[in-house]
Design a protein around this ligand. Structure first.
Ligand code: ATP
Length: 247
C-alpha cells in the first residue's frame, strides 16, 4: 500500500488512480485475475459516465441494501478477486455492521487464489472467511463455478454479490435468494436480476451501505421493512441509465 500515499488526495482523479493501484497490487499478490483487470476497465468507463459520484438513486439503493441485510436471517457478502483488492477492510466493516458472513466466491476458482484472498481478508480483520469448504453447489452452473459453502451462500437468504457475472446472479436468484448487486453498468444482467441493484462504484458503495447500516442499527423491523418496500428497483436502474445517456 506504499504507493497509495504517493497520490495526492486532491488530485482530480484520486479515486480512479487509487482504484487502479489497488487492482494492480491485487494482480501482483495473486488475488485479482486477468479477467478482473478487464472488468475493472469496463467499470471505470461506466464510472466516468456516471460522473464518478454516487447518484441519489444509488444512495437510496444503498440504504435499502443496509435495511435488507439487517432484516436477513442469514446474510452473506460474496467476495471475488476485485472486491478483495478494492475493499477488503470495508467489506469486513460491512460484515460487522450487519452480522453478515463473508464468503470467497470466484468465477475462475483456483485453490491458490482462494487462499490468497482469504489471507488478504484476514489481514484486514476478517475472523471467519467462508468459501474454502466448497461442500455445496448452486444448481444450474457447471461444477467449478457452482461451488459454495453449505453453511454460507448455500444457506443464505440474502446475498450481496458485487461485480458478479450474469449467469451466477441468475442462478442464485433462481435458488430463491434475495440478491443485492453492486455494479456500475445498469444494463448488465446481474443488476437487472437483483432485488436491490446498486449502480455505484464498489469503492463508494460498500462504505456507504455500512454507514446506513450503522444509522439503522436501532430501527425497528417495521421501519426496516418500510425502507425496503419503498425502494423502487426499476426506477433506480432507469435513473442510472438516464444519467449515463444524458452526459
Ligand atoms: P453480465 O454477464 O452481467 O452482462 P458482464 O459480462 O458485463 O456482466 P463482467 O465483465 O463479468 O460483466 O463483470 C464486470 C462488471 O463489473 C461490469 O459490469 C463492470 O461495470 C462492473 N465493475 C467493474 N469494476 C467495478 C467497480 N469498481 N464497482 C462496481 N462495478 C464494477
Amino acid at each position: 500500500m506504499t504507493d497509495e500515499v504517493e497520490i495526492p488526495e486532491d488530485h482530480p482523479r484520486y479515486q480512479s488512480l487509487l482504484t487502479r493501484h489497488r487492482i494492480e497490487e491485487g494482480v501482483e499478490k495473486g488475488i485479482t485475475s486477468k479477467q478482473g483487470l478487464i472488468a475493472e476497465g469496463r467499470g471505470e468507463s461506466f464510472d466516468y459516465l456516471l460522473g464518478e459520484g454516487t447518484l441519489q438513486s444509488a444512495d437510496a439503493a444503498e440504504r435499502a441494501a443496509a435495511a435488507r441485510l439487517l432484516l436477513a436471517e442469514h446474510a452473506v457478502l460474496s467476495v471475488n478477486g476485485n472486491v478483495a483488492a478494492l475493499v477488503p477492510g470495508e467489506t469486513v466493516a460491512l460484515a460487522e455492521a450487519t452480522g453478515a458472513d463473508i464468503e470467497v466466491n470466484l468465477f475462475g476458482r483456483t485453490e491458490e487464489r482462494m487462499r490468497a484472498i482469504a489471507d488478504h481478508l484476514r489481514e484486514h480483520g476478517a475472523t471467519n472467511v467462508k468459501g474454502l469448504a466448497a461442500d455445496a453447489r448452486i444448481p444450474g452452473l457447471e461444477h467449478e463455478r457452482g461451488k459454495v459453502d453449505e453453511d454460507g451462500i448455500y444457506d443464505a437468504d440474502v446475498v450481496l454479490v458485487p461485480l458478479e457475472d450474469g449467469d451466477r446472479a441468475e442462478a442464485l436468484a433462481e435458488m430463491g435468494k434475495t440478491e443485492i448487486v453492486i455494479d456500475l453498468n445498469p444494463l448488465s444482467r446481474s443488476p437487472r436480476t437483483a432485488a436491490i441493484p446498486i449502480i455505484d462504484n464498489i469503492i463508494r458503495a460498500v462504505p456507504n451501505v455500512t454507514e446506513h447500516a450503522r444509522d439503522l442499527a436501532d430501527a425497528s423491523r417495521d421501519e426496516l421493512e418500510a425502507i425496503v418496500a419503498d425502494f423502487d428497483r426499476d426506477a433506480a436502474l432507469d435513473d442510472a441509465e438516464r444519467a449515463i445517456r444524458d452526459v
